[in-house]
Design a protein around this ligand. Sequence first.
Ligand SMILES: Cc1cc2nc3c(=O)[nH]c(=O)nc-3n(C[C@H](O)[C@H](O)[C@H](O)COP(=O)(O)OP(=O)(O)OC[C@H]3O[C@@H](n4cnc5c(N)ncnc54)[C@H](O)[C@@H]3O)c2cc1C
Length: 463
Amino acid sequence: MSETGLLHEQEITIVGAGLVGSLMSCVLAKHGARVTVIEKRPDLRHTDLSGGRTIAMSLSHRGWLALRSVGLEESVRTGTKPKHSRCVHLADGTERTQRYGAEGEALWTVNRKDLNCALVDCAEASGRVEFRFETECERLDEADRTLHLQGDGKSSEHTFDYLIASDGMNSAIRRKLVSDAALEDEIITLDYRYFELTVPAKADGTHALPSECVHVWPRPEGLMVALPNLGGTFTGTFFYALGEEDYFGGQLTDEERSRRFRFAFPEIVELIPDFEHELRTNPASDIKAVRCWPWQVSRRVLLVGDACHAIVPFYAMGMNLGFEDVTKFEELLESAGGDLETVFERFPEVRRPDTDAISDLSLQNFVSIGRSTDPEYQQRWELERALWELFPERWTPLYPMIHFGHHPLSDVIRRQAVQKKILHRLMAEGVDATLEATALADAARGAVEAELTRLDSDHRAVG
Ligand SMILES: Cc1cc2nc3c(=O)[nH]c(=O)nc-3n(C[C@H](O)[C@H](O)[C@H](O)COP(=O)(O)OP(=O)(O)OC[C@H]3O[C@@H](n4cnc5c(N)ncnc54)[C@H](O)[C@@H]3O)c2cc1C
């Protein structure tokens, strides 16, 4: 990483050395800043703790771009595996494959801890970043620009010039600013919970299911998703409804939960010899999203990543979005000639339309994945892809727009609304992907041209 000197010797404090805070520290150091990162957990590089966090993460184009800017793309890529499609397991035992993008486009499985460690190593290697692990930020005094810290059994204070809060969904900095009435937040808690189950590797160390796809089992009882890890295991995540439809709720005995899960997902239980232990010991978590506004105070304190825009995990985009925050921050920094106050002021305005868009899309995708067993869903999926092949300059399906492009997500949601309307109209007219290409092009051209001309921009760059 070559230094630019844009932030020559500026002192910046970050709270939270998760994925986003660690990446941000690399970028700030690249521009010549001196960075202190305060992190409540121990140094991940010297501990086995996963912090109860999902170990397999899907990294896509927006995330890769950010890693490229700090020179980590190549080294991280060596430890990852591509996933090209979703494999939908139907209740009758058959499967449907839904390809995510064009040939060669994939989501990449990366180990959360390895990635976080690589980012911390990269930041330290700059010689400009100091990590203070096992130090919790208990309180922010924004007026005095002081953080009250607790670490090693002692309280201390830390003053800052500029503060970036990347302390995650439950951000202490955000909560303090809310209590000071400096900003407002909204926590959206879904009527669903999830718990994780590990599908172990087979005796020969290989995956028990094909590892180049994400496996989903949509059932009336809930949605099971299995993401391949490196090393032969899968992280299974089971999402289930609360309220009246609550099938796995807190009042049930372990035996009853086990009986119900076995009934709904016998094929998954077969893959997990330790199933009873997993079910009893893996805690269930809420599914939450966070919105807040404004993301900055006094042009000196700025929130990024999950701290200001945590989203539900149904597009596997939270980390990618947080990484894109860092890319956008860097673009603004360069265009503002290193003037941090301008960047802190502009960043939220520039960024929020995109984070709101993917937040909405992620909520919609949960409903959508639940319907992925419907023949109509499959028909629509195939029609979208057929139109992509016929009109590559005009049409890109939603998935590739989100994962394999870097077009602003606020444009993506607008484009998707128009494409959805066209798909509905064509399907109502009996048009589907089984039509011969010329007939399909003739049937669709009018609608595609008329509706998308207005929106047209160089959108093949999106896919
Ligand atoms: C089930 C699930 C699956 C997911 N899968 C994906 C996926 O496949 N792809 C994807 O892109 N995203 C995924 N996400 C989202 C992703 O995990 C988050 O968006 C991402 O971790 C956000 O990074 P962050 O650095 O903003 O916050 P975090 O990763 O939460 O990091 C915050 C850091 O701040 C520290 N901290 C917190 N409070 C304090 C304090 N008071 N003082 C000091 N330090 C503090 C924490 O210890 C932590 O290290 C998933 C999320 C869930 C729940």
